[in-house]
Design a binder for this molecule. Structure first.
Ligand SMILES: Cc1cc2nc3c(=O)[nH]c(=O)nc-3n(C[C@H](O)[C@H](O)[C@H](O)COP(=O)(O)OP(=O)(O)OC[C@H]3O[C@@H](n4cnc5c(N)ncnc54)[C@H](O)[C@@H]3O)c2cc1C
Length: 553
């Protein structure tokens, strides 16, 4: 661990060097001694140390400095390190100022100059203060820290990305933590942009774009080659399974995701129906295991890279990434899944991410401890969300349009919900308006049987209302149904005829699209069972069709 700091400040070089020498002699084994020639220089050092979360144990400042006195410096430094012990070096005439500082800035001690011999006049005092500091100081967190407000959508996105990428980090709420607020203001220089992300190496990022953040935390965002045998777009369960099978069966494989690995499954609090995990497992755990497995078997994995376009120039298939890079391959698998449908009601857009969340938003739930919040939707994902949130909430109300939960939810979840005392289910009910300026304050709900509506105060609403496929990237390339889902295999044969422009003498394989060599797997397909196991099964099957296709090109 980094040694805690003792910082000494004096504008007179001889005095500064003498203090530093004496401090080093006695404390250098356990502490790092730093010196500064002015209050301003010392404050800059303090801010730098705080950005890296290096612990500061003791500040030893001369009272008589021309531009900033010792007490003025200590008052400023206290904002960043309230726990650090504060000592003033004084001349006889400064005694009164020092005594006043005990009350005003919580000065711990003042030392008269000269302090010789240090064994008698310096070390005993500082030993005492340092042992006191050691006994009370919290262990500093030496990982990534994200500072912002609970109500900011950009803060939510950053936390969500880090959590889903399994990057450990600490959340600092600047509305509750004064040290964090001072640090953010020092870095932000009046720009008021959030979140500010502090890295252990002392660097910071302010509300970065996902790709920059991904690169900074060590995730790969650039392909190592221009050409692959198999490119997989989308790293949800289908894409991850295809990457595992493709790489393990010797295909030169790359897996690309616009966010991070795990897909929708990665946001699930508990997947209980996936084969082989009798106690269930969290989506994050499944994503972590599958990502490690795919990487170990040799698949290259890019995150924070959206595929914006797909084009065909036989025998190759090309994908364009959001940064303009083009990669080519022999076989392409689209596993881009779906995302939750947006709820279109007045007032919702401005506060999405600030009390209104789509999907599980698991990282947010803990912030609403003891509150009454709402889950919109009646399918399995809504049920799982409600079960998870019920651990934190005082009460969870599910708003369901259907007349019964049984219409859209697995029976095991219906049973769990019925047995959970703090979950209430309101059927035939929908949200018609959302209220709040910069955060959610209330929602208006309507009963569709009686037509009655009422407004309920709440700080949080989690929405799970259906799916939209991510298929714009292949809009003009492969056949899709009226809702945008990709049509594959036998569904492409109509009245015994193969798809338009299909020139091969065989029918499309089961998971093949209307373009030979472009396959689709998982939720993005038309007429499919939207489940983790189903996506995993399709991802692995797709690879066997890829092999068959590659034998012919
Ligand atoms: C909250 C929740 C809970 C669930 N719980 C369960 C459960 O308990 N059991 C169960 O069986 N199923 C569950 N499901 C459903 C299950 O998660 C999905 O069926 C499954 O994740 C589908 O996998 P997929 O790989 O097809 O797509 P997705 O999981 O949707 O993954 C698609 C991936 O593609 C990426 N992508 C999209 N467009 C692009 C692009 N242009 N470029 C690059 N990348 C792109 C996305 O970022 C995403 O990571 C749940 C779903 C949700 C939302």
């Amino acid at each position: 661990m980094t040694k805690p700091i003792i910082l000494t400040i004096d504008d007179e070089p001889q005095v500064l060097n003498a203090v530093e020498r004496d401090l080093r002699q006695h404390y250098r084994g356990d502490y790092r001694i730093i010196k500064a020639g002015s209050g301003a220089e010392a404050l800059e050092t303090i801010q730098r140390l705080k950005q890296r979360n290096v612990p500061v144990a003791l500040l030893l400042a001369d009272q008589r400095m021309p531009s900033m006195s010792g007490t003025e410096f200590l008052a400023e430094a206290r904002q960043f390190y309230p726990e650090a012990r504060k000592v003033l070096l004084t001349a006889y005439a400064d005694t009164q100022a020092a005594i006043t500082s005990i009350n005003t800035i919580g000065l711990d001690h003042y030392l008269m100059k000269p302090w010789n011999p240090p064994e008698q006049n310096l070390y005993p005092v500082l030993d005492d203060l340092l042992s006191d500091w050691l006994a009370t100081v919290p262990i500093p967190y030496d990982g990534i820290r994200v500072a912002g407000t609970l109500w900011s959508a950009s803060c939510h996105n950053v936390k969500d990305f880090l959590a889903r990428s399994q990057i450990p980090h600490q959340w600092l709420d600047i509305e509750k933590d004064e040290e964090a607020r001072a640090l953010v203001e020092a870095v932000n220089k009046d720009q008021h942009r959030l979140p500010v992300i502090f890295f252990p190496d002392g660097s910071t990022l302010i509300n970065p774009d996902t790709k920059i953040l991904a690169e900074k935390v060590g995730l790969r965002t650039q392909a190592t080659q221009p050409f692959y045998e198999l490119i997989i777009i989308g790293a949800g369960p289908a894409g991850l399974a295809a990457a595992v099978y493709g790489a393990s069966e010797g295909l030169h494989t790359i897996l690309i995701d616009k966010e991070t690995t795990g897909g929708q499954a990665g946001t699930s609090s508990r997947i209980e129906n996936y084969l082989g995990f009798p106690n269930g497992l969290s989506g994050a755990d499944l994503a972590r295991r599958a990502t490690a497995q795919a990487a170990r078997l040799g698949a290259e994995i890019l995150t924070a890279q959206e595929v914006t376009r797909v084009r065909v120039e036989d025998p190759f298939r090309f994908v364009t990434l959001s940064d303009g890079t083009e990669l080519s391959c022999k076989a392409l698998l689209i596993a881009t899944g779906v995302s939750v449908r947006e709820l279109k009601v007045p007032g919702i857009e401005a506060i999405t991410g600030a009390g209104v969340y789509y999907g599980a938003a698991l990282t947010e739930a803990a912030h609403y401890q003891g509150e009454h919040f709402y889950v919109v939707g009646g399918a399995n994902s809504a049920g799982q969300g409600a079960m998870f949130f019920s651990r934190y909430a005082g009460k969870v109300t599910m708003l369901v349009r259907a007349s019964s939960l049984k219409k859209g939810m697995s029976q095991y979840l219906v049973d769990q919900i019925e047995e959970t005392p703090n979950i209430e289910v309101m059927t035939r009910t929908e949200v018609i308006e959302v209220h709040g300026q910069d955060r959610l304050e209330a929602i208006t709900i309507k009963n569709n049987d009686t037509g009655e509506s009422c407004t309920k105060p709440t700080p949080a609403m989690f929405i799970f209302v259906g799916a939209v496929p991510h298929t714009d990237l292949v809009a003009d390339v492969v056949e899709r149904n009226h809702s945008g889902f990709i049509i594959t295999g036998p569904d492409l044969i109509r009245r015994g005829r193969r798809p338009k422009n299909w020139r091969l003498k065989r029918d499309p394989y089961l998971l093949e699209t209307s373009v030979p060599g472009i396959f689709a797997a998982g939720d993005v397909r038309h007429n499919v069972v939207r489940r983790v196991a189903s996506a995993v099964g399709q991802g692995s099957m797709a690879v066997s069709f890829v092999h068959q296709y590659l034998e012919t090109v």
